[in-house]
Design a protein around this ligand. Structure first.
Ligand code: 9MR
Ligand code: 9MR
Ligand code: ZN
Length: 547
C-alpha cells in the first residue's frame, strides 16, 4: 500500500446539523421539504438573523428502510420568499439553504466546470483553474499494447476519475449526457460561461465536450475499430498528473468502444455543425467509419485487463445496448432506415430499456429515436415511450417509499450509488419531457438527496453546502495541498458492499445501506469521483434550471 501512502484524518466528520435538507436550495415554485430524523411536532424556517419567517406542524412518515431512520418532514412548499434560511426544530438546525429563481445555476456551473479540471494532455492555467492549476500531463505518445514498436498520439480528453486513465466507453457516455443536456435544454446554457479556454465561439458546454470528443477521435483506428482505453499499467500513486510519467499503453479494441464512439459522434455531428463545420464533418465521418466496422463485426468483442495491468477494465458481458444506441444515433443522423431496422432487431435481445450508461445505454438509444427528425414507425415510438413511462413509474414508487424521497431501494446501494440516483433523476426528466408525465419534483428530489437531504446530512458534491464531501479519492485533490477540494465533483456515495479495505475500516459493520459512506480519500469504493457521475448531474440540473 506504500506506493499510495494516503494520510487520512483519524476520524471522519459527522454533520454538525440535526435536520437534513438540500444545502443548495429550491426554486420558489419547488416542493420544499427538510427531513427530521427524530420525533417533533413543530418546525420553523428562520432567516440569517434568526427571525422566524414561516412555521408549521411536521408531517410524520415512519421508518425509512434504507437508513433505518424514523423520520418526519418539515414541509414548506407554500413559503416562496427568496432568501437564505435554516430549518429549526426540537432545538436543532439544518444547514443553510436558499430559495431563488435560478437556484440550480450555480451548481450547474460547478458540475460542468468540474470536467475542465479533469482535462488531460494540457496544463490547467491559473487564469481558469485558480489554486487548482497544474502542469501539462500525459503528453507523451502511448505504446500500442499489441505491438510495442508502434506509438500513437492519444493525448487529450478527461481523466476518467480519481485515477488518470482514459476509457472510451466511460468517456463517450459522459460526453453524451452533456450533449443531450444541451440538445434538450439549450436555454439552460444560453449565456452560461464557466471560465474555460475555447478557440471558437460556442457555448461553454460544447467547448468542454469538444475537448473530450477530439480525444475520442484519436482512439479510432483507420479501419473503424476503436481502442478500449489508454492508461499506464498500474494506477499512479497519489501524485499530481504531471508527475505521473509511467509509460502509457493503448489497449486493444472492443466492440463496446466502437459502438459508443459511433453513437456519440453521430449525436455530436449535427450539434456542432452551426459552430464548427470542419469538426462536425470529422465527427460524421468518424461515426460512419465505425458504424461500418460494427456491421462488419457483428460479434461481441469484450475487454479484460491483460496480466499485470490494474487500471479500470470497464468490461461488459455483451454489447447489445451499445449497438442499439449506435444504430439509433446513426438513424437520427442519416435518416437511413437500415439503421433503425438494425436497432429494432437488437431489441429482441432484452437489455434494460431505460438505462443511461456507462455500460447499459438503451435509454440513450431511446432519446435518439424519439428525437430523430425523420419519418418514424409510430408503433416503435409508442413502445419506447411506454418503456420510459413504465420505468419512471417504478422509480416513482421507490421515491414514495423512501423517507428521503430518493428513488432507491435498500439493495440499490452499490459502488457509485449516487450515479444510480442521478440516472433515475434523468429518467424522471425523460418521462416528463417525452411522455408528458409531470415528474419534475421527483427529478428535483434526486438532486435534493445528493445535496444534503440524506441521512448523513452531507452534500455529495464538493464545494457545495456547509457540510460537504471534501476528501474524495481524487489524485490531484489530494496531491495539490489545497485544503478546499476542487469544486463541483460528485462523489460515488454509499456502498453497502464496502468494496475496498478502507471502506471496511471507516464504516462499522451493520451500518444501514444508505449510511455506508465516509468522506475519506483512500476509500475508492465510497468516495471516488468520475466523469460519468458528474455528467448525469449536469443533465438533471439543466433540466431543473431550464424548465
Ligand atoms: O485509485 C484507484 C481507483 O481510481 C480505482 O477506482 C480503484 C479500483 O480499481 O483502484 C484504485 O487504486 C487502488 C488499487 O486498485 C489497489 N491499491 C490501492 C490503490 C489506491 O487506493
Ligand atoms: O464505476 C465503476 C463501478 O461501477 C465498478 O463497480 C467499479 C469496480 O469495477 O469500477 C468503477 O470504475 C472505476 C474504474 O474502473 C477506474 N476509474 C475509476 C472508476 C470509479 O471508481
Ligand atoms: Zn493527464
Amino acid at each position: 500500500m506504500d506506493r499510495y501512502n494516503i494520510k487520512n484524518p483519524a476520524e471522519t466528520k459527522k454533520s454538525p446539523f440535526g435536520i437534513f435538507i438540500d444545502q443548495n436550495g429550491f426554486l420558489p415554485c419547488d416542493t420544499k421539504k427538510a427531513v427530521i430524523p427524530f420525533d417533533c411536532e413543530f418546525f420553523e424556517i428562520i432567516d440569517k438573523k434568526g427571525s422566524t419567517v414561516f412555521s408549521g406542524e411536521t408531517v410524520p412518515f415512519g421508518k425509512d428502510e434504507a437508513s433505518g431512520d424514523e423520520v418526519c418532514f418539515a414541509e414548506f412548499t407554500k413559503f416562496r420568499t427568496p432568501g437564505i434560511y435554516r430549518v429549526k426544530a426540537g432545538g436543532k438546525f439544518s444547514a443553510l439553504f436558499g430559495i431563488s429563481d435560478g437556484i440550480y445555476g450555480g451548481v450547474l456551473d460547478s458540475t460542468l466546470k468540474a470536467l475542465y479540471y479533469l482535462r488531460c494532455g494540457c496544463g490547467l492555467d491559473e487564469k481558469y483553474a485558480g489554486v487548482w492549476k497544474h502542469g501539462k500531463c500525459h503528453c507523451s505518445e502511448a505504446v500500442l499494447w499489441e505491438d510495442g514498436s508502434v506509438k500513437r498520439d492519444v493525448t487529450g480528453g478527461w481523466h476518467d476519475a480519481g485515477d488518470y486513465g482514459r476509457y472510451v466507453t466511460a468517456g463517450a457516455v459522459a460526453a453524451a449526457h452533456l450533449l443531450y443536456a444541451f440538445r434538450l435544454f439549450p436555454g439552460a446554457f444560453t449565456g452560461r460561461r464557466v471560465n474555460i479556454p475555447q478557440a471558437e465561439d460556442m457555448p461553454d458546454i460544447l467547448a468542454e465536450v469538444k475537448y473530450e470528443l477530439e480525444w475520442l477521435l484519436k482512439m479510432q483506428n483507420t479501419d473503424g475499430s476503436v481502442y478500449h482505453k489508454v492508461t499506464t499499467m498500474m494506477h499512479a500513486p497519489f501524485v499530481m498528473p504531471e508527475d505521473d510519467t509511467d509509460t502509457l499503453y493503448v489497449f486493444p479494441a472492443s466492440s463496446m468502444a466502437a459502438a459508443d464512439l459511433t453513437a456519440v459522434c453521430a449525436l455530436a455531428a449535427p450539434i456542432y455543425e452551426k459552430y464548427d463545420r470542419v469538426f462536425s464533418d470529422k465527427l460524421r465521418a468518424a461515426a460512419e467509419l465505425s458504424a461500418g466496422w460494427l456491421d462488419a463485426h457483428p460479434e461481441f468483442i469484450g475487454f479484460t485487463n491483460p496480466d499485470g495491468c490494474n487500471t479500470g477494465s470497464y468490461g461488459q458481458w455483451d454489447d447489445n445496448s451499445n449497438r442499439f444506441w449506435a444504430y439509433e444515433e446513426m438513424f437520427t443522423l442519416t435518416g437511413d432506415k437500415k439503421y433503425s431496422d438494425k436497432a429494432e432487431a437488437l431489441q429482441s435481445r432484452h437489455f434494460p430499456p431505460a438505462e443511461f450508461g456507462y455500460a447499459e445505454t438503451g435509454g440513450l438509444g431511446i432519446f435518439a429515436y424519439l428525437l430523430a427528425p425523420h419519418e418514424k414507425d409510430e408503433t416503435t415510438v409508442t413502445k419506447l415511450k411506454n418503456e420510459l413511462t413504465r420505468c419512471a413509474q417504478s422509480a416513482k414508487k421507490l421515491c414514495d417509499k423512501s423517507g428521503y424521497g430518493v428513488a432507491m431501494a435498500p439493495n440499490d446501494f452499490h459502488w457509485g450509488s449516487n450515479m444510480t440516483v442521478l440516472k433515475r433523476g434523468m429518467l424522471f426528466a425523460a418521462a416528463d419531457i417525452f411522455c408528458g408525465t409531470d415528474l419534475k419534483q421527483y427529478a428535483a428530489a434526486q438532486i435534493h438527496y445528493i445535496l444534503g437531504c440524506d441521512p448523513l446530512g452531507i452534500s455529495y458534491i464538493t464545494g457545495i453546502g456547509e457540510f460537504r464531501a471534501n476528501n474524495p479519492h481524487l489524485r490531484p485533490a489530494y496531491a495539490d495541498g489545497v485544503d478546499d477540494c476542487i469544486p463541483g465533483m460528485v462523489v460515488g456515495g454509499p456502498n453497502a458492499g464496502l468494496s475496498d479495505p478502507f471502506a471496511k475500516v471507516a464504516v462499522p459493520e451493520g451500518t444501514p445501506p444508505m449510511k455506508c459512506y465516509a468522506d475519506v480519500t483512500d476509500s475508492y469504493s465510497l468516495n471516488e469521483i468520475t466523469i460519468y457521475w458528474n455528467s448525469p448531474a449536469v443533465f438533471l440540473l439543466a433540466f431543473l434550471n431550464g424548465n
